[in-house]
Write a protein that binds this ligand. Structure first.
Ligand SMILES: Cc1cc2nc3c(=O)[nH]c(=O)nc-3n(C[C@H](O)[C@H](O)[C@H](O)COP(=O)(O)OP(=O)(O)OC[C@H]3O[C@@H](n4cnc5c(N)ncnc54)[C@H](O)[C@@H]3O)c2cc1C
Length: 407
């Protein structure tokens, strides 16, 4: 970082220190770039370790299913051992079934000769692990202050009046990205008219280190296993996607009635629901930037794309962006190119857009398939699921793809 007449200058400035931006900043600094990271929240709060009580309120309601490919990326950044030092739960199996029929698909890590299919981690634990690594790195952390504007050719203006300049600015500022708006990068988007209700539950039986997902015409309900060494294997994070009106009704229920409805919705799996935490609702919207790059600016993570949480792939797609942008910028450094070189950014966009679009289309297809409740389609769907479950080579190839085992 250099400073000239009070203006701080960087090779690359990352705006947004969520799960994605903080990982990117860390990787860039390791490549030897001069990197700044602006995060609106104060770092002290992000580094604070909350008391991990043995109760449904002791877990963060927002969790992510981290794929093996994302795990490898975090490992290469030196952050995965810090994630593992905190609460996390490796899941070995996944059971998906049709709430309107008899179709059931069972994925098992053992069939893939893998230790697990992925790891469920509370989002705050991933961010904390990354910030612990960042404080040991050369990244200039500018925290507790938000970006007020980005002006092409001028730089990034902070709310406290500071001006930051960089050859390349990366927008990692989440789904409502202001960087995306200021840069004029258009999006293609539509509202699902659905909300995802998330909370933590305690179940009668052990979760058996398994992700449970029931599909209904209104949307999927997932029980994701959580681990707490101090407690036992009876805590799960739930993501219940429902049409907006139904989600509002569920959010308005008292705790006991919600618990009963949840127990019915999961069809008694896990022996019933004993306790539920406070609930949170997230409106669901599919959003995809038509371009990820423009002069001197690139988008990563939710700033570039948000997808339905039904397969828990949002953060994993973001980590895919990080991996590819790091590869392209490392190559640029070796070739002596500037980080905002047009060809470097174009290669990043080309490599990521196709993969992200494929995943988004797959999620959309899945959602549409389960939204149909005409008898012939239900029959085909259930027969197809049973057939797919028995076809081990195809099933395992798809699972390996989703978990990043092939990557
Ligand atoms: C219900 C639900 C369940 C999900 N489950 C999964 C899952 O199982 N697996 C999975 O892979 N993904 C999942 N996702 C998606 C995942 O949570 C997101 O893809 C991921 O959090 C995106 O991270 P991000 O860093 O891009 O954005 P964010 O987490 O939104 O981070 C953006 C950061 O930018 C900062 N910021 C914003 N504006 C400014 C500004 N002007 N100045 C300074 N700082 C700013 C914010 O403070 C924030 O820290 C789920 C999403 C939902 C809604």
């Amino acid at each position: 970082m250099s400073s000239d007449s009070g203006v701080q200058k960087f090779d690359i400035l990352v705006v947004g220190g969520g799960m994605i931006g903080s990982a990117l900043a860390l990787g860039l600094a390791r490549q030897g770039w001069q990197v700044g990271l602006v995060e609106g929240a104060p770092v002290d709060g992000l580094l604070a370790k909350p008391e991990e009580a043995c109760s449904v309120e002791g877990f963060e309601p927002r969790v992510s299913a981290i794929s093996l490919a994302s795990e490898r990326l975090l490992e290469s950044l030196g952050a995965w051992s810090r994630v593992q030092a905190g609460r996390h739960c490796r899941y070995r199996e996944m059971i998906v079934w049709d709430g309107d029929g008899t179709g059931r698909v069972h994925f098992d890590a053992a069939e893939l000769y893998a230790r697990s299919l992925g790891t469920i981690v509370e989002n705050r634990n991933i961010v904390r692990a990354l910030f612990e690594s960042l404080t040991d790195s050369d990244v200039a952390l500018i925290d507790g202050v938000r970006v007020k504007a980005w002006v092409r050719g001028q730089g990034v203006h902070l709310e406290d009046g500071r001006l930051l300049k960089a050859d390349l600015v990366v927008g990692a500022d989440g789904a409502m990205s202001r960087l995306r708006q200021w840069s004029g990068l258009a999006t293609r988007e539509w509202d699902y008219d659905q909300q995802a209700i998330v909370c933590t539950v305690r179940t009668r039986q052990s979760h058996r280190y398994t992700c449970w997902q029931r599909f209904t015409p209104n949307g999927p309900l997932a029980f994701l296993p959580l681990s707490n060494e101090a407690c036992d294997e009876h805590f799960c994070s739930i993501v219940w996607s429902q049409d907006t009106e139904e989600a509002r009704r569920l959010m308005a229920l008292d705790t006991e009635t919600f618990r009963e409805e949840l127990e019915t919705a999961i069809e008694g799996e896990l022996g019933g629901v004993l306790d539920v935490s406070r609930r949170f609702a997230f409106p669901l919207r599919q959003r995809h930037a038509k371009d990820y790059v423009t002069d001197g600016l690139a988008l990563v993570g939710d700033a570039a794309h948000t997808i339905h949480p039904l397969a828990g792939q949002g953060a994993n797609l973001g980590y895919g962006d990080v991996r590819v942008l790091l590869e392209e910028l490392e190559r640029a450094k070796e070739l002596g190119l500037a980080p905002d070189d047009e060809l470097v950014l174009a290669r990043y966009q080309r490599r990521r857009k196709g993969e992200n679009l494929t995943m988004m289309a797959a999620m959309e297809g899945f959602k549409q398939l389960f939204a149909r409740d005409e008898l012939p389609i239900r029959w085909l769907r259930n027969t197809g699921m049973r057939w797919f479950d028995k076809l081990a080579p195809l099933k395992n190839r798809i699972a390996a793809e989703a978990m990043g085992i092939n990557g």
